[in-house]
Design a protein around this ligand. Sequence first.
Ligand code: MLT
Length: 236
Amino acid sequence: MRNIEVCFSPELIHLHDLQGKIVVVVDIFRATSTMIAALANGINEIMTFADLEACREMRGKGYLIAAERNGLKVENYDLGNSPVAFLKDDYSGQKLAMTTTNGTLAISKSSQADEILIGAFPNLSATVAYIQQQEKDVLVHCAGWKGRFNLEDSLYAGALVKSLESTHAADEDGALAMKSLFEKEGHQLSAYLSKASHAKRLQNHGIEADIDFCLTLDLYDLVAKVENEKVKPISF
Ligand code: MLT
């Protein structure tokens, strides 16, 4: 039996040992959901940045550039952080550079891991299938909101703990608590997470379709992994 644990914020990641582990970075609303949508709809690779300027410079290197802060698209970038945007237009063969408020920061703070996977509800089962083929412990790294706990990432952590219960022991309080929460609320993701503070923030910006997309289970049989600072789909 392997182990699984949960880190609720990038501000707490220094308290966890990432060595030898698979770290699943999750930012349900919306960064990791957007990455999965982009890769599933033609984007070849994604480079992620915590810094706006570093991301902007990628335009000169042939990348589409995307930036979001506080839920809103940043001016003078090609895209914001909407997963639905990748369903509408054809981005086949293109490369994307993106920076967001929390999700891309969580990726940058996971570099000590053995492997970094991109977790979202639209590719949950694919991620579970891949992890169960690896003989490694798992840490779910929740992006949270500006260092604080958030409900949607933590509930995804509960979904992963529950889905891996036959191969990974949840003997850590965070994993135990989120497993119980998912067992109680997992059957009504939309209704339950409509109360989440960032869902309300997005709704205040008139952003509804993204929320529905981010809470849709298993749209894609796709596993996304960070290799050499690039997020790419992997086959296994
Ligand atoms: C983030 O990185 O915090 C989120 O993805 C924010 C958002 O897209 O609204």
